[in-house]
Each structure stands twice: as structure tokens, then as C-alpha cells.
Design a protein around this ligand. Structure first.
Ligand code: 5GP
Length: 172
């Protein structure tokens, strides 16, 4: 039975405050671009919804799905679903991720977005675990840096559990 640390690592209030700050920064940078806010399911679904609302700007909202297969030797293979039905050529895309860990997923998503012809891609990740990086990618906007610990809540799951928690906890 998996459990979580009862004390949140990040409270709902801390998350909401940081989302507002990120939104203000992004609004300053991308206000003229009518960006496509592109959330990565399922982990970033809640973050994307809150961030998009906080942006208070003319933006479109879309979602794609990424699935990584760990266990393969060469750092894992990533499958991206849903990019093909979007028209991103020439657009400014704000890719919204839950967490950048090894960077494998983000690198694959960036390659996909550039292949789709996006003119500008900015990455906003709620959480960043730089100590785990295997691929040199860095989010343009990062909510919080976290240590090498597995976290759940606010959209992040462990085997589909804990996703609906309003705050972020460390898996015990
Ligand atoms: P990467 O390709 O950067 O290694 O992994 C990115 C994906 O792995 C994230 O989008 C997320 O779905 C999952 N992941 C990495 N670290 C964590 C974590 O601490 N908690 C949860 N729930 N998922 C994580």
C-alpha cells in the first residue's frame, strides 16, 4: 500500500500563488502572440487549466498526451499522441508540463513541436528536478525546483492514485 507524507511539500496556497506569478511573467513575454497553451495529459491537466485562467490573455488551449516507456536502455522512448490533429505551423506554443525529470519526455515533445512547424516554443513546467536530468533541456518557466523525490497530487499520480489531491505530497 503506497502512502504519502501527510505534510504537503507544496500547499494549495503556495501553488496558487506561484501559478499567478508564472502567469504574470508569461503574459509579459507572450501577450502579443495569441499563444496555443498546450497541456500535456494527464499530469499537467490541472496546472494547465489554472495557468490558462490566470493568464488572462487571448490564448487557445489544447492538450496532447505523452507516454514514455522506461526500461528500455537508451533512456526511454516517448510516444506523443494528438499532435497530428493540431495546426501549429507558425504559431507560438506554450507547452505546459507537470514535471521535467530526466528531460526525455520534454526533448521528444520539443522535437515534435518543431517538426509541426511551431514558430516559437516556450516551456512552462510546474516542477523541475534538475538533479535527475539525462537530456539537457530546461523549462523557460518553472514553478518549483524539487529534490530527487517522487511527488504526487495536483494532477500528478502514482499508478492513477493521488491525482486529485489539491496539494503536492512526497510519496512515502
Ligand atoms: P522525464 O521524461 O523528464 O524523465 O519524465 C517526465 C514525466 O515523468 C513527467 O511528465 C511525469 O509524468 C513523470 N514523472 C517524473 N517525475 C515524477 C514525479 O516525481 N511524480 C510523478 N507523479 N510523475 C513524475
Amino acid at each position: 500500500m503506497m502512502r504519502i507524507d501527510p505534510e504537503p511539500l507544496l500547499t494549495a496556497g503556495q501553488i496558487a500563488a506561484r501559478v499567478s506569478e508564472l502567469a504574470a511573467e508569461i503574459r509579459r513575454d507572450l501577450a502579443d502572440d495569441r499563444p496555443v497553451v498546450l497541456g500535456v495529459l494527464k499530469g499537467a491537466a490541472f496546472f494547465t487549466a489554472d495557468l490558462a485562467r490566470a493568464l488572462g490573455m487571448d490564448a487557445e488551449v489544447e492538450f496532447i498526451r505523452a507516454r514514455s516507456y522506461s526500461g528500455t536502455e537508451s533512456g526511454g522512448r516517448v510516444e506523443v499522441f494528438g499532435l497530428d490533429r493540431l495546426s501549429l505551423a507558425g504559431r507560438t506554443v506554450l507547452l505546459v508540463e507537470d514535471i521535467v525529470d530526466t528531460g526525455t519526455t520534454l526533448a521528444a515533445l520539443l522535437a515534435g513541436l518543431h517538426a509541426a512547424g511551431a514558430a516559437t516554443v516556450r516551456v512552462c513546467a510546474l516542477l523541475d528536478k534538475p538533479s535527475r536530468r539525462k537530456t539537457p533541456v530546461t523549462p523557460d518557466y518553472a514553478g518549483f525546483v524539487v529534490e530527487n523525490r517522487f511527488v504526487v497530487g495536483y494532477g500528478l499520480d502514482y499508478e492513477e492514485r493521488f491525482r486529485t489531491l489539491p496539494e503536492i505530497h512526497v510519496l512515502a
